[in-house]
Design a protein around this ligand. Structure first.
Ligand code: DGY
Length: 320
């Protein structure tokens, strides 16, 4: 295979090896992330593009690539950065990397949940600043996690991996999802409920729904208002699912206890009010960022390109 492949970011070597061994002419952009102009210039003549969430792959991008473009392989499970309509009208196949990052992302969701509940960020900041004076009977108290109710919004693969962790913590699992998940109901005792009931009754709420028109600002001021005063909200899906300004308001007012976030409305910008608050743990979109998982994502993304350009069905096409 000889086609030109654009890899928009530096990715783990394992993925590049797949493309090199297939004989492609591979260009990797080293700027993190590439400026739009450079990206469009580099896309010219590409038959395959390996993109990430930091690139908007839209009409303009596909026009710049030209008629030879056959596949956009997004190295992420989410693909809200790719315009599926633009791809469809050009016959461009879009693929993503589901399945390989579920457990890793669930680890980060649970890490944020624990850290937000037990105030790890705030406590560590005090210790590092040399302001920790003594053990204290009331020092950095937060709610227990074990035995509490967790409400999972979106019980897909990642949501279910979070549910398995919650089960290990003896938590009661409730979920809100378009379809019933009988396996999780049988295996983990998960119970399906309407969003409002989940918000009103859960001690922890973890979001695992993709970003679509329907889920944009799914959690806003009204929904936050419904949550318990000691509730903790965790978001590792996509930033715009939560109205960040409303969340900052709820956290500042103490109408919920804390939040743990890995994703933001306008990455890498974080709402300035969130940065001022002690009761929110902030991670820079590292949900799938284990060494093993990023290798697997890069390999799967590369294999999808190889398959499409080799005339075979891709392993994980996005249904547009
Ligand atoms: C995903 O896979 O969608 C993660 O957010 C990383 O981009």
């Amino acid at each position: 295979m000889t086609g030109k492949i654009l890899v928009t970011r530096e990715i783990p070597e394992a993925g590049l090896r797949v493309l090199d061994e297939a004989g492609f002419d591979v260009t990797v952009l080293s700027e993190a992330p590439p400026a739009r102009e450079k990206l469009l210039e580099a896309a010219q003549g590409a038959e395959g593009v390996l993109s990430t969430v930091t690139e908007t792959v839209d009409d303009e991008f596909m026009d710049a690539a030209g008629d030879g473009l056959k596949v956009v392989s997004n190295m992420a499970v989410g693909y809200d950065n790719v315009d599926l309509g633009a791809a469809k009208k050009r016959g461009v196949v879009v693929t993503n990397t589901p399945g390989v990052l579920d457990e890793t992302t669930a680890d980060v969701a649970f890490m944020l949940l624990l850290a937000a509940a037990r105030r790890l960020g705030e406590a560590e900041r005090v210790l590092r600043a040399g302001r920790w004076e003594w053990w204290g009977p009331k020092l950095f108290m937060g709610p227990d996690v074990w035995g509490k109710r967790i409400g999972i919004i979106g019980l897909g693969r990642i949501g279910q991996a979070v549910a398995r962790r919650a089960w290990g913590f003896g938590m009661e699992i409730v979920y809100h999802n378009r379809s019933r998940k009988e396996e999780a109901e049988k295996g983990l005792g998960a119970r399906r409920m309407e969003l409002n009931e989940l918000l009103e009754t859960s001690d922890f709420v973890s979001i695992h729904t993709p970003l679509t028109e329907d889920t944009h600002h799914l959690i806003g001021a009204e929904e936050l208002e419904k949550m318990k005063p000691r509730a903790v909200l965790v978001n590792t899906s996509r930033g715009p699912v939560v109205d960040e300004a409303a969340l900052a308001g709820a956290l500042a007012a103490g109408s919920i206890f804390a939040a743990g976030l890995d994703v933001y409305e306008e990455e890498p910008r974080v709402h300035p009010k969130l940065l001022e608050l002690e009761n929110v743990v902030l991670a820079p979109h590292i949900g799938s960022g284990s060494i093993e998982t990023r290798d697997k994502m890069a390999v799967l993304a590369a294999e999808n390109i190889r398959a499409v350009l080799g005339g075979e069905p891709p392993k994980s096409p996005v249904e547009g």
